[in-house]
Each structure stands twice: as C-alpha cells, then as structure tokens.
Design a protein around this ligand. Structure first.
Ligand SMILES: Cc1cc2nc3c(=O)[nH]c(=O)nc-3n(C[C@H](O)[C@H](O)[C@H](O)COP(=O)(O)OP(=O)(O)OC[C@H]3O[C@@H](n4cnc5c(N)ncnc54)[C@H](O)[C@@H]3O)c2cc1C
Length: 321
C-alpha cells in the first residue's frame, strides 16, 4: 500500500496517521468541513482506500468542481482520495480500438494534442468552450464525465461520439457505453468504491463531419444550451445536447428530421424542428432561460450545424446573448 493519510480535527490541526511521505497540515483555518486526505500512488491503493472508507470517501481529481463545492459545504466528504499521482490514469494513446484518454488527462492537454485533433476533432472543437484556461489546466476528463453536469461540454461530446467509459472497482473492470453512463442530474453509473479510469473515443471515420456550438451569457460560462453533433458518411446524424435536460440528451426525432433535410440539401422548417426537439428533450426553466427558450436555441443550433456542414465541413463557434 503506498498511500498516506493526514487527518484534520475540527480546530484545523493536522494529525499524522500514516508514516510515509506525509506532510502535516498546520493550524490553518479552512472553509471546507473537516476531512481526511489520502494520496494513493496506484490504482490498487486508491481502490483499497475507497473500499475502506465507503460512501464517506470522495475521489479528488483536478478539484475544479469538488473543491468549490467543499468550500461552500455543499459537499462534505469525510475522506478525500486524491488520485492525482496515479500514473496509469494519465495519457492519450491511439490504437485500432480508438483514442484512449486516461481519466486524469486535463482539458488543456486534450486541447493541445495533435493526436486528439486528428482522431476526434469534435473534442478539439468543444474544449475551448470548457471554462477558462486556468480551469482547463487542472480540470480532468474523468472529473468532468464523473461529475455529469448536464450543461458541461464533454459529457455531450462523449454521447455524440458513442464513447466507452472504463470503470474499475473492487469487483473488477467494466466498460460502459456513454448512452448508459449518465443516469440523471449529476449522476452516473460509477458506484461507491469505483474509479473511472479511461475513456475510449471512436476515431473519426472518413467522410464524417462534426459540429460544436453553444450559447452562453459570457465566454467560458456553462452553456444555456449547446450541441455536439456528428454527421456520418451514411447520412445518419447524432445530435447530443447540453443544457437541455437532466443529463446530455440525444434527440432521435430531430436527428431523423435533420438527416432528411440534409439529404435534400435544405434546412428543416423551424416549427417542425422545435416540435421534434420538444419530444426528444426535457429542458429546464431557470433564471437564465425558460424551457421554451432553450428549445428555440436547440433548434437554432441544429440549423447552424446543417448550414455549416453544407458550407465548410467541421465547425464551431460560440454565441453569447
Ligand atoms: C469557474 C468555473 C467554470 C467552469 N466552467 C465549466 C464549463 O463551462 N464547462 C465544463 O464542462 N466545466 C466547467 N467547469 C468545471 C471544470 O471543467 C471541472 O474541471 C470539471 O467539472 C471536473 O473536473 P475535475 O478534474 O476538476 O474534478 P473534481 O472537481 O476533482 O471532481 C469532480 C467530481 O468527479 C468525481 N471524480 C473525479 N474524477 C473521478 C474519477 N476518475 N472517477 C470517479 N469519480 C471521479 C469527484 O469525486 C467529484 O465528485 C468550471 C469550473 C469552474 C470552477
């Protein structure tokens, strides 16, 4: 076992519980509720730590979502298992099965990777929309997918690309298609004690076109509505929306309508498209936009995808309102 443990008392004292490689935390007033901190150096040690502490434990990856939630005390895990030093969770490789990205790969690394650009161009279109540079330097692919924010870009891309998530736990490993991975609002099939280890994205096929666009109040904000889309050479489409339900949502009726329109080189009727999207999606109403506005924006995004594919192939833009 190669992990170490410190514990912080209610007064903020650090107390050393394991001897190896531990730096003791001093008397520092902190915003989060008290927690213990583990930093395993292997997947096996991380699994063991998660198993030992059960639902009390939470995985820490880039910390860009979890730490703010802890500072606000929305999340109060008793034990943090920091997976940041586990080398086997890092790296991007391409083989005959597709592009495999380790869960700890940060957004900035994916964005600057020529292999990602050449193999899965949809990711390269979507990643500039994920937050800001400082957050992209720390936030990870696995963290974004495991958090499953319905307005996040990467879950919608994973769904549009039919990516496969690899999960490891004490009972072994399993591979879960993106369509089954997202279970609801901030909810996935990753169970207590399990770790999302990697994601395999199919490599873009010849003749395939991709599109990413979103509408947000300011650049870098979570989207009010967004679309990750793939048009295949066989004329079928995959439309995957963010911000239009409690999870990333495919839109089968709108896909059929848009594919028909694409075959006949036209843009579908806006009313018809919106009606199809109303069947497929379940957008929330909140302070940013009503459900009806989101359906309207979703229809506009589909029209943009069709126009941009007929004009110049793969495309991405971002509008603010
Ligand atoms: C100001 C701000 C703006 C942002 N804007 C956007 C945006 O526009 N779009 C967007 O998509 N995101 C945005 N984010 C979130 C950011 O992209 C995070 O990086 C991402 O959501 C979580 O990644 P992380 O590595 O930081 O995960 P963490 O914060 O460390 O963890 C997030 C959750 O996932 C779990 N987890 C992490 N890794 C794993 C794993 N391998 N296996 C199982 N569970 C795991 C954790 O236990 C935790 O519950 C923003 C964040 C901030 C602070």
């Amino acid at each position: 076992m190669a992990w170490s443990l410190t514990s912080r008392t209610r007064a903020g004292w650090g107390r050393k519980l394991e001897p190896r490689g531990v730096s003791v935390i001093g008397v520092v007033p902190v915003k989060p509720a008290p927690f213990s901190y583990l930093r395993p150096e292997s997947l096996a040690a991380a699994r063991e730590a998660l198993l030992r502490h059960g639902p009390e434990a939470r995985i820490l990856a880039g910390g860009q979502s979890l730490l703010p939630m802890m500072a606000l005390r929305v999340a109060q895990p008793a034990v943090l298992v920091d997976i940041g030093r586990i080398a086997e969770l890092r790296g991007v490789t391409r083989d005959e099965r597709g592009l495999r990205a380790g869960a700890l790969t940060c957004h900035a690394e994916l964005l600057s990777s020529p292999v990602v650009q050449a193999s899965v161009p949809l990711l390269s279109l979507a990643l500039p929309h994920v937050a800001h540079a400082a957050i992209r330097n720390r936030g990870t692919l696995g963290g974004s997918l495991a958090l499953a924010d319905p307005a996040a870009e990467l879950p919608a891309c994973a769904l549009a690309l039919e990516a496969v998530m690899h999960i490891n736990g004490s009972l072994g490993s399993r591979a879960v298609p993106a369509a089954e991975f997202f279970q609801g609002l901030y909810s996935t099939v990753v169970g207590d004690g399990e770790i999302l280890t990697a994601v395999v994205f199919p490599v873009s096929a010849s003749g395939e076109q991709v599109f990413f666009d979103e509408i947000s109040r300011r650049r870098g904000d979570y989207a009010i509505a967004g679309l990750a889309a793939v048009a295949r050479a066989d004329q079928t489409l995959r439309l995957s929306f963010l911000g239009c339900g409690d999870r990333p949502m495919r839109a089968p009726h709108a896909e059929a309508l848009a594919a028909d329109a694409r075959r006949s080189m036209r843009v579908p009727d806006r009313g018809e498209l919106k009606a199809a999207l109303a069947t497929d999606l379940d957008p929330p109403s909140d302070l940013q936009a009503s459900a009806d506005t989101r359906l309207h924006l979703a229809a506009v995004l589909v029209e943009r995808a069709l126009r941009s594919w007929s004009a110049h192939g793969n495309a991405s833009s971002q509008d603010t309102i």
